[in-house]
Design a protein around this ligand. Structure first.
Ligand SMILES: Cc1cc2nc3c(=O)[nH]c(=O)nc-3n(C[C@H](O)[C@H](O)[C@H](O)COP(=O)(O)OP(=O)(O)OC[C@H]3O[C@@H](n4cnc5c(N)ncnc54)[C@H](O)[C@@H]3O)c2cc1C
Length: 382
């Protein structure tokens, strides 16, 4: 499948780009330096209609496809990687599973408020002892007086410090992969954000530990089928990682643009450094690899939009795009020389931000595992 972008897609990218240039770009460096999470900007994105791109019009969204969500994330990531992952999680990990697995009542209750930005979403799967090994989660959900009572600790939760809406995973049956259920709920007593986790980059993103302490969820806020939650979690991540590939493409584009601008402006030995082959070739390599990564990302998004299998394509896109982002940020720092290492031009921020794309929603090793299992089937499991 060769992905093609429509006028609606191009217009959406232009709308987000224009918003970023006005409302985000002037503040990015400052927000990064002060570790400021600009929640009001996320609500503004709700007003702009960007938080509901994949939500059907009947629920207050734009009714667009998954490609549209990826383009929004990519454009935001060119300006602020932290804001881009907030939107990726809100759309790809919160609205998307509600659309796929939610009951009509759950969809009517939550989707319009997610589309408008009244509710900002978080996805709480990871625990201190369960990251790649999702089947090891320990949080418990027990039925108590007609409601679910959830106890446990979730860690590394994007948007966790401020989110009003959560997709949560907890154990309702025995051990292992079977016996985990998914829940949706708004924040209430018993769900607390204990602390923000200090991190290398992504300083404009809230990454919090979320503690469930007798958190009560209505019986009808179980998402999908009881004990089938891990399937929901993994199917959701199959799509979510396409948005991370889009984030990686956005970061790589920002790095490439910065390197090109600087190479043309900076003079050494009597002319612009852009005339040196040693400066040109890394830029040329990144440019070619980025176009390839972007096609993979758009292809995976098109498959997801068409309702076709996209687990393999999404893993391939994230694996390649995240490495391009890391390498592109490295090329930007190298091209800027000492100024690349300073906070003045933003190359060092891109360098810190890029790395996360190889870690969350499945590390690069886990993407390779997903790809190998698609290709090798049962033989890959031993
Ligand atoms: C900034 C940030 C935001 C995040 N946001 C969220 C969020 O919103 N919601 C959420 O639920 N989680 C979130 N996460 C968690 C993230 O998805 C996990 O950190 C990630 O899946 C890796 O899990 P882990 O950190 O426990 O590493 P581990 O699973 O302990 O892995 C450690 C190392 O072992 C390797 N490894 C593990 N298993 C295998 C294997 N089978 N084969 C080969 N290598 C293997 C890994 O690749 C890695 O290199 C976030 C993480 C970060 C850092």
């Amino acid at each position: 499948m060769i992905p093609a972008l429509s006028d609606v897609h191009e217009d959406l990218s232009a709308l987000v780009r224009d918003f970023c240039e006005r409302e985000i770009a002037p503040h990015t460096a400052d927000w990064d330096r002060t570790h400021h999470v600009p929640v009001p900007v996320l609500r503004q994105l709700g007003d702009l209609g960007v938080l509901g791109v994949i939500i059907p019009e009947e629920h207050g969204g734009a009714g667009l496809d998954y490609t549209a969500l990826c383009l929004v994330v990519e454009e935001l990531a060119r300006h602020d990687a932290g804001l881009s992952v907030a939107v990726a999680v809100h759309g790809g990990l919160c609205a998307a599973p509600l659309l796929r697995f939610g009951s009509p009542e759950q969809q009517a209750r939550y989707l319009p408020r997610l589309a408008s930005g009244e509710l900002l979403g978080a996805y709480a799967l990871t625990e201190p002892d369960a990251g790649s090994d999702t089947a090891a989660i320990r949080a418990q959900a027990v039925l108590d007086d007609g409601q679910w009572r959830l106890d446990g600790t979730k860690t590394w939760i994007t948007n966790g410090g401020f989110a009003d809406f959560f997709v949560l995973f907890a154990r309702t049956g025995g051990g292992g992969a079977k016996g985990v259920s998914a829940f949706v709920s708004t924040r209430a007593e018993g769900l607390g954000s204990s602390h923000e986790i200090p991190k290398l980059g992504l300083h404009t993103s809230s990454t919090a530990e979320v503690v469930l302490d007798g958190f009560r969820v209505a019986a009808d806020d179980l998402l999908g089928v009881r004990d089938d939650g891990l399937k929901i979690a993994l199917a959701t991540l199959d799509g979510g990682r396409i948005t991370i590939a889009a984030q990686a493409c956005g970061i790589a584009r920002a790095a490439l643009d910065l390197a090109c601008r600087y190479a043309a402006d900076r003079h050494a030995f009597g002319g612009p450094i852009a005339r040196f082959q040693g400066v040109q070739f890394p830029i040329a390599d990144i440019s070619a690899r980025l176009e390839g990564a972007r096609l993979l990302m758009l292809r995976a998004a098109a498959l997801r939009s068409a309702g076709k299998p996209h687990g393999l394509a999404g893993a391939q896109a994230k694996l390649i795009a995240s490495r391009v982002a890391v390498d592109a940020a490295d090329v930007a720092v190298q091209t800027l020389g000492g100024y690349g290492y300073s906070a003045e031009f933003g190359a060092e921020r891109l360098y810190r931000d890029a790395k996360i794309t190889e870690l969350y929603e499945g590390t690069s090793q886990i993407q390779r595992l997903v790809i190998a299992r698609h290709l090798l089937g049962a033989a890959a499991r031993g």
